[in-house]
Design a protein around this ligand. Structure first.
Ligand code: HEM
Length: 260
C-alpha cells in the first residue's frame, strides 16, 4: 500500500486527541485544548533544536549555530503571537469550563520545564510540582544534571579565545546560569572583532527577548482572564508568574549591550 499524507502524519491518532470535558460542550474548550497541544508540539521542536545547537556550539560550527538559532528565534516569536488567538476567549467563557481542568495547569508541563533547564534556567525548586517517581520527574532530574545550552556556548566562546573562568566550568550542573564578567569581556571583544559571530549573538538575544515577551504576554493574558484568582496549579497566579519576568536565559549577552 502506498504511504498517504494521513499515514505519514498519523493524522487519525492526532485528530482524535482533542477531548473537551465540558457538558454541555463549551464552544471555546476546543480552542483551549488545541492551543496547548500546539505549544507542546513547538516545545518538542525547540528541544530538538537545542540538542542541535549544543552540537553546533561544542563543534565550533558558527554557521550551524546561526542557522539553528534563527529557527529557534522564529519559533519563539510564533509562540508569542499565538497568545493573540487565546485572548479572543472571554473570562466568562473560560470560567464556564475552568472547573473541568481540576488541578491541571501549565505548571505541570514537563517540556516547558525541560526547555528552561536545557537553556540553563535551572529552577530546581520547580521539581516539587512533578510527582515523585513519575517519568516526567525522572526526565527533569536528568535534565538538571545535563550540560545546558549555556555550557555548550562556553565551549564555543573558548574555541574563539574567550577565557571562561574555571569557577564557571566547575559549578554543580544543577545550578542556574550565572552571569560572569570574563564571559562578557569575551562577548564584547568578539562583537567588534568578528561581525559574523555578532550575528549569532543578535539571534540569541532575539530568542531570549522572545522568551521574556512570552512570559509577559502569558501573565497579561492570565490577568485579563482570571484576574486575582489563584491558578489551577495552586500558585498565587499572576503574582507568582510576575516573579519570572525580565529574567534572561543568556544574561551575559544583555550585560554588554550598553557598551556596544
Ligand atoms: C486562559 C489561558 C491561561 C490561563 C488562565 C493560565 C494560567 C496560568 C497560571 C495561573 C499559572 C501559574 C501556575 C498555576 O497556579 O496554575 C500558569 C502557569 C503556566 N502556564 Fe498558563 N495559563 C493559560 C494559558 C497557557 C498556555 C496557552 C500555555 C502554553 C503552553 C501556558 C503555559 C503555562 C506554563 C508553561 C506555566 C508555568 C510557568 C512557570 O512555571 O513559570 N498557559 N498558567
Amino acid at each position: 500500500m502506498t504511504l498517504t499524507y494521513a499515514d505519514y502524519l498519523s493524522l487519525d491518532t492526532l485528530l482524535d486527541l482533542q477531548k473537551p470535558r465540558s457538558t454541555p460542550p463549551e464552544h471555546d474548550e476546543m480552542l483551549f485544548i488545541i492551543i496547548h497541544q500546539t505549544y507542546e508540539l513547538w516545545f518538542k521542536q525547540l528541544l530538538h533544536e537545542f540538542e542541535k545547537v549544543k552540537r553546533d556550539f561544542s563543534g565550533n560550527d558558527l554557521y550551524g549555530a546561526i542557522h539553528t538559532m534563527k529557527r529557534c528565534r522564529t519559533v519563539m516569536k510564533t509562540l508569542v503571537g499565538q497568545l493573540d488567538i487565546l485572548e479572543t476567549m472571554t473570562p466568562m467563557s473560560f470560567t464556564s469550563f475552568r472547573d473541568r481542568l481540576e488541578t491541571a495547569s501549565g505548571f505541570q508541563s514537563v517540556q516547558f520545564r525541560e526547555f528552561e533547564y536545557v537553556l540553563g534556567h535551572k529552577r530546581k525548586d520547580m521539581l516539587k510540582y512533578y510527582e515523585a517517581g513519575s517519568p516526567g520527574r525522572a526526565l527533569l532530574e536528568r535534565r538538571l544534571e545535563e550540560r545546558s545550552v549555556m555550557d555548550h556556548f562556553y565551549d564555543f566562546l573558548e574555541a574563539r579565545g574567550v577565557e571562561v573562568a574555571q569557577g564557571l566550568r566547575d559549578r554543580a550542573r544543577e545550578l542556574p546560569t550565572e552571569a560572569h564578567p570574563a564571559v562578557q569581556e569575551g562577548i564584547h571583544r568578539l562583537y567588534f572583532e568578528d561581525p559574523s559571530v555578532g550575528i549569532l549573538f543578535e539571534l540569541m538575544t532575539d530568542f531570549d527577548e522572545g522568551l521574556m515577551e512570552w512570559r509577559y504576554r502569558h501573565v497579561m493574558m492570565v490577568a485579563r482572564t482570571i484576574g486575582e484568582k489563584r491558578g489551577t496549579g495552586g500558585s498565587l497566579g499572576v503574582e507568582f508568574l510576575k516573579r519570572s519576568l525580565f529574567q534572561p536565559a543568556f544574561p551575559d549577552l544583555w550585560a554588554v549591550r550598553h557598551r556596544l
